[in-house]
Design a protein around this ligand. Sequence first.
Ligand code: RIB
Length: 312
Amino acid sequence: MSKPIVVVGSYNVGLFIKGQRLPAKGETVIGDSFYEGAGGKGSNQALCTAKMGGNVHFVGCVGNDQFGRDACALYDRMGISREFLSIDETIHSGISFIVIDAAGDNLIAVALGANNRLGPAHVDKARPLIEKAAVLACQLEGPLDTFAYALKTARGLGVTTFLDPAPARPLPEDVYRNTDIIAPNESETEVLTGVAVETLDDAAEAGRVLLSRGVRTAIVKLGARGSMYVAKNEEKHFPPAKVESVDATGAGDAFAGGLLAALAEGRPIDEAIRFGSCVAALSVTKVGVVNALPSREEAEALMARTYPVERK
Ligand code: RIB
């Protein structure tokens, strides 16, 4: 089994309404269907990494309510250890309301609940595991101090760090310095760098800004335009795998899951980005997040079809 991957982040149950269009401010729209499923950026990334074959451990916090119990049952079904999942008796589990339109675009509102109780002590508890990890991943659905502490801890132990800066907010300098790979989408990139990402050149410029703050690698996710990879001596555009989008919720998490699993296997960054892109592409072809994740075989098959020349 490959080295551990430690994901420090959120769990939110997802309550989805799929309809024709998103409501405007103050408007009520009638949707077509309802769906409840597991979500939360951290949990999604951990579950996706596990589905892609990664040896993943999730450091998170849920409430002692039905949503939290459903999360525990899901981790048990998926074979993910609950050693570092804490249950807080005093607050509800994270909850997200998600509205999806006919094109698969969404609006999401999250009540973080128990995710806000995730603290440095939870990271310290997982330290013996972090020491042995291939990579530690964070997002920003919870206390920034905790994520900053997790990145610093991993970096100090020589472990590769990954940050999906979602939802975006201004970050302190040490977070950039302790991040090896940052992977914002277009809107997050603009919040972090001030660069509005309209063209591929904009994406490369924003990537350079992120490097100047101290990250080693920036992957600017461009949705249907693929992604832009920026490192010290290299800039490269990765075209997307083409699919029909039904629900884009969790696509960034699926990208992260594919990327993390591939990196932990020692695959080169180019290949890890392509694999992450294929996992993300397949994930948007169904409504939901965890239930929409492809199998590893499906992701590998799409990768072989999409990038036949680069595959040896
Ligand atoms: O990235 C998608 C996730 O963001 C959803 O699962 C929702 O829970 C929100 O956390």
